[in-house]
Ligand binder design. Structure first.
Ligand SMILES: Cc1ncc(COP(=O)(O)O)c(C=O)c1O
Length: 437
């Protein structure tokens, strides 16, 4: 663990760069000035011992501005930027606006290449395997729409626990490609073996499956799917896998090579804490041939992943802030974040599990769960029930949450703390859950 005071200050997250004068290679330049802030020293603490250290996480919380007037337990939407990140973003926004096309035409291409390289290093990819996008949806939609391996009579597979707009586009392949779409129903409270078995059963039931969408961490209840094991089973049967890592990167700590996938989509604006408007497409080298270039683009030897996306004019400053967001994320430490979020989840989840009126949804064991999980009142599974519950938590208890309605088993309330959430706030959730009976 070397994410010490020194490492953050060395990286100079609170720089005051004279941006109008220095336009070349903005992201590199932004890291050369002096920093006033430094994260508390970790002095070789393990992630597990740090997870319950309220004093440490209170210091981390001081790097974020608080949501006013509510306990916000809906951090699955997008990630709040830490203060050093928002300051870097504001500087980048000003520089881009001041320098306008003179910057964007001359220097932005090199700066976005640097940002892509940083993302690639953090995810453990090879050079050229990452393309920055505006969000995970852009990456995953392109992968699905540009996939070339389907013929009439084939089937495509997705799960009830997948992201709703991606289920829609998998279903749309029926009309676009003349294929059959198949939905696998995954258990809403599950372990790794049960999740793997759901997919193996679906593969056995439908030998004509050629393409599947596989979510690493579900937006419904934070379940972690055993991606590597499912991919191995899929590949044995000649099934291609598009992996949705939109919610997983930063919520859990991993390298893309751990998953053994050929293609994936990510978000940096969730758990990596970049400005909104940054996602990433991953395409493994040597696995480009089945995903066509974006319409009108060419890649005759299938070696240029960037031809699979045509982002056009986007938020330059958001992309320029990626290295600072990664610096901050890495200064806290991916493993430490994962352990803290998991700890906060366990605080309410284990209590809720013992309440007769509550049904919990998510991972049964630590391999299958994240900081995000869900619950509902036993037997109350309609969207109307969940809406009422969300309102009650907000209005009667001052706790903000979100309803999720994609699961076959019914609607639920998702609880998603952030690294700046305190154990006291989770205790207030537990006290509220007791009163819902
Ligand atoms: C699992 C999952 N996939 C995809 C998305 C879409 O992310 P975005 O809207 O940033 O593209 C989300 C967003 O919540 C998600 O949780």
């Amino acid at each position: 663990m070397n994410h010490s005071k020194f490492s953050l200050s060395r990286r100079n997250l609170l720089t005051g760069v004279a941006t109008t004068a220095v336009v070349s290679s903005f992201s590199a330049t932004a890291q050369t000035a002096n920093s006033a802030l430094a994260l508390p020293s970790l002095s070789n603490r393990t992630a597990d011992s740090l997870a319950s250290d309220e004093a440490y996480w209170a210091e981390i919380a001081s790097y974020y501005n608080r949501t006013q007037g509510i306990i916000n337990l809906e951090h699955g939407y997008w990630g709040k930027m830490a203060k050093p990140v928002i300051e870097a973003y504001q500087r980048a926004t000003k520089m881009v606006n001041d320098q306008n096309s003179f910057y964007a035409r001359k220097h932005f291409p090199a700066d976005i290449r640097d940002a892509m390289s940083r993302v690639g290093q953090a995810l453990g990819t090879q050079e050229g395997e990452i393309v920055l996008t505006r969000n995970a949806t852009e990456a995953i939609h392109n992968l699905i729409r540009q996939y070339q391996g389907l013929s009439a009579g084939d089937a495509v597979l997705f799960a009830d626990s997948d992201y709703p707009s991606f289920k829609t586009i998998m279903r749309w392949l029926e009309q676009d490609q003349g294929v059959e779409s198949v939905e696998v129903i995954t258990p809403a409270l599950a372990d790794q073996q049960q999740l793997l078995q759901s997919y193996v059963d679906a593969f056995d039931r439908k030998p004509n499956i050629k393409l599947m969408l596989l979510t690493h961490v579900s937006n419904q209840h934070g379940l972690v799917f055993p991606v590597k094991a499912i991919v191995e089973e899929a590949h044995k049967r000649g099934i291609d896998v598009i992996c949705d890592c939109a919610q997983s990167w930063g919520l859990i700590d991993y390298k893309i090579t751990d998953l053994k996938v050929n293609w994936a989509g990510f978000n940096l604006h969730k758990w990596i804490g970049s400005p909104v408007g940054v996602g990433a497409l991953y395409m493994r080298k040597g696995a480009l041939d089945k995903i066509a270039p974006y319409p009108g683009e060419y890649d005759l030897d299938n070696s240029r992943a960037y031809t699979r996306v045509h982002t056009a004019t986007a938020n330059f400053a958001a992309f320029l802030t990626v290295p600072t967001a990664l610096d901050f994320h890495q200064a806290i430490g991916g493993e430490n974040k994962q352990a803290r979020l998991h700890y906060l989840r366990d605080l309410w989840f284990t209590e809720a599990q013992s309440m007769n009126h509550i049904e919990v949804l998510g991972g049964k064991d630590s391999m299958s769960s994240t900081g995000m999980s869900s619950f509902r009142i036993k037997g109350k599974t309609t969207v109307g029930d969940a809406n009422k519950l969300q309102q009650r938590l907000e209005n009667d208890f001052g706790i903000f949450t979100v309803i999720r309605k994609g699961l076959d088993s019914g609607a639920c309330i998702r609880i998603t703390p952030q690294v700046f959430t305190s154990a006291d706030e989770i205790q207030q959730l537990v006290d509220s859950l007791k009163q819902l009976g």
